[in-house]
Design a protein around this ligand. Structure first.
Ligand SMILES: [Zn+2]
Length: 163
């Protein structure tokens, strides 16, 4: 994830990559996923922005789709499929499960976000917590669109200590 500075009083020390004013919650940030330094969106690939600025950004759709594709490409690698098996995928979303951390990862193309839900919070999240926890607009709409599929997922069995 992008390096995001926080002041002693809890406010952000980092500026929004889009409006260049100090960050305030909610925010959007990605890891450094665009390797090509000459890419026009390169400087945004390891940066943070206000969620509101991100939603209004003319490149939002393209950026979100690129981020979505980059995570999906990583899922197919051997290490990732071993530790983060894919539970479900569709053109606009996929779900993987972190076996070591017991965490569900819901990756959404529309919002370009990777929502992490600890296993113990999964059912409450599906049951309505997602409404409060989703960032407004894009993320909320993206979750709403796939919710019926998420509700049908079976999480992998828990491994109970060493065999
Ligand atoms: Zn901003």
């Amino acid at each position: 994830m992008a390096m995001i500075g926080v002041n002693k009083d809890g406010t952000y020390a980092t500026l929004c990559a889009l409006c260049e004013k100090p960050l305030t919650n909610p925010i959007f940030a990605t890891s450094h996923f665009i390797e090509d330094r000459t890419h026009e969106l390169y400087r945004f690939s390891d940066a943070a922005m206000h969620w509101e600025c991100y939603c209004k950004w003319p490149d939002q759709r393209r950026f979100a789709a690129m981020y979505f594709e980059s995570i999906y490409a990583a899922v197919a690698t051997e290490n990732s499929s071993k530790y983060w098996p894919l539970l479900w995928s569709a053109p606009n979303a996929f779900v993987r499960y972190g076996l070591a951390v017991n965490e569900v990862s819901v990756v959404l193309k529309k919002s370009g976000t990777d929502i992490r839900v600890p296993r113990k919070h999964w059912l409450p999240w599906l049951g309505g917590e997602w409404v409060k926890q989703s960032r407004p607009g894009l993320e909320y709409e993206a979750v709403l669109a796939v919710l019926p599929h998420l509700q049908k997922l079976h999480l992998p069995d828990l491994k109970l200590g060493p065999q």
